[in-house]
Ligand binder design. Sequence first.
Ligand SMILES: O=C(O)CCC(=O)C(=O)O
Ligand SMILES: [Fe+2]
Length: 220
Amino acid sequence: MKESFECGREDDKIQPNIWLPEGVLPGFQEACLDFFWLCREVVMDILRALEVGFDLTEGYLTKFHTQTDNQLRLLHYPSVPTESLEKDEIVRISAHSDYGSITLLFQDDIGGLEIEDPKKPGSFKPATPVPGSMIVNAGDCMARWSNDIIRSTVHRVRAPPNLQTKDGMTPERYSIPYFCSSNFDDVVDCLPGTFSDEKPKKYEPISGGEYFMKRLATAY
Ligand SMILES: O=C(O)CCC(=O)C(=O)O
Ligand SMILES: [Fe+2]
């Protein structure tokens, strides 16, 4: 159970941004867009680091992200009875991996975010909030691209561990994921060096947009 506000680049014709009426929350739109473009700089730096790590030519990954088909999501999980969260009667967010290449995730200090152990499917560990930190998750598109050398992170949000409250309520929680996707028009194929005769490609080439739409269709 959650509520969210989402925005992307201002010139996106397919999913245009919907802002609050003029005068409501002055500065909100500017703050969102400033943060959107700041996060873009950060993901581009991470992509450049991956180019080095994969021994790719400079710009190999960033040139797939020039259209900035990215999404900033402001999430609010309302306060709910802890027992309902523990019994899965109320779900904050169920286990999933993100679709795109990279997600930046900012969380407040409430906790409850959990990451699946890739070696033990079904076993989750808390991603304990660290003040001033940012989590970087790999998405399914990155897993595809890297022929599964980088695995996408399965994560969920449940009741924070060891929470003691007088009223039995889990406090509200805020988080901000920033989803970075490759250009919808460009075809993503396994990166050079990630496949060989012994380790063939696990995935067919697909355009960023087609992949995104396929994933949306299965999610809704
Ligand atoms: O709230 C969180 O920490 C995670 C949110 C998330 O995983 C998502 O929106 O995809
Ligand atoms: Fe997620």
